[in-house]
Write a protein that binds this ligand. Structure first.
Ligand code: GUN
Length: 303
């Protein structure tokens, strides 16, 4: 079983972006990304910090905007409008999830489509649907980069995507479809999920439930892509998953928490390839955000 190393793929992508960042910068100014984080959710803060650091490493200008948790929809719309209007900002990312008083849909609709580095605006969702160019959601396009760079065939293969979110499941299914896979989308109401998954040559798990897909869900020789990043801090739960792995349990004891994907990490030996958690899909999300930011900057600079 081959481990698909997301850091290896990420490093290739970032290395390819560097000269493109330099070329944009030589034309007058570096690409610019604004990251908006409403409220101080600690997990989101880590993501945002990593995004800002990735920008600095590449030479992309970045700005972090952190309005308080009680921000209203109208106030956030104003922030988005001011970022839309600023010429030195090429990409706008509003970190999800938003506090519940904010109407997420209105915010996503307000981001200028040409600055929508998440690919969440309905115009860009439509561009993906119809195969037009445009920014694609970062995590699914990162998965496509892993498959491409490890030369895993997609055309004619049966792909099963577990999860139907707007952020991962739906765009993932469309990208695989455009690459000529035969795609099935499964979700919480799917009857006989296990059987559906067992047909997959490429199985993508994006449901947000730790170790939910067991070994019996995986066809021998399948490629298994685990998009889940679940923090398990309950000892009984950690033991139920990692009881047979002293090394993993030692890691849990040391940190009081352990990251687990949506696929049971000790039951993938019969797969042909697997993205570990952490270190699989995770590193790609930020790399693809950088790629989308650079692409938006190139388009805006030449417009
Ligand atoms: N929250 C989790 N993943 C993402 C993402 O890709 N983009 C945004 N904006 N928020 C997220």
């Amino acid at each position: 079983m081959k481990i698909l190393d997301g850091k290896w793929v990420r490093d290739q992508i970032l290395a390819e972006l560097k000269p493109r960042v330099d070329a944009v910068t030589a034309k007058g100014r570096p690409p610019g990304l604004a990251v908006v984080l409403v409220g101080g959710d600690p997990a989101s803060e880590i993501y945002v910090r990593n995004k800002v650091k990735a920008c600095a490493d590449l030479g992309i200008f970045s700005e972090q905007i952190m309005p308080p948790a009680e921000t209203t929809t109208d106030q956030l719309l104003e922030i988005v409008a001011s970022l839309n209007a600023r010429p030195e900002i090429d990409g706008i990312l509003v970190q999800m999830p938003l506090p519940k008083q904010i109407e997420e849909r209105k915010i996503l609709m307000a981001i200028a489509p040409e600055k929508d580095v998440d690919g969440f605006h309905p115009i860009n969702a439509g561009n993906l649907m119809s195969g037009n160019p445009g920014p694609r959601a970062c995590t699914p396009s990162g998965v496509m980069e892993i498959l491409k760079r490890y030369e895993i065939p997609i055309s004619g293969k049966k792909a099963v995507v577990v999860g139907r979110s707007d952020i991962v499941g739906k765009p993932m299914a469309l990208l695989l479809l455009h690459a000529n896979a035969t795609v099935t989308i499964c979700h919480s109401r799917t009857s006989n999920l296990e059987e559906e998954c067992r047909h997959a040559d490429i199985l993508v798990a994006a449901i947000g439930r730790p170790a939910f897909l067991r070994g019996s869900f995986i066809k021998p020789g399948a490629t298994v892509i685990d998009v889940g990043i679940n923090r398990v801090s309950d000892r009984a739960r950690a033991e139920a998953i990692f009881g047979s792995s002293p090394a993993k349990m030692a890691q849990f004891e040391k940190n009081g928490v352990i990251l687990v994907g949506d696929v049971h990490p000790l039951e993938v030996d019969h797969a042909s390839a697997f993205t570990p958690v952490p270190g699989g899909v995770g590193p790609l999300t930020i790399a693809m955000l950088m790629a989308n930011t650079v692409s938006c900057a190139e388009k805006r600079c030449s417009a």
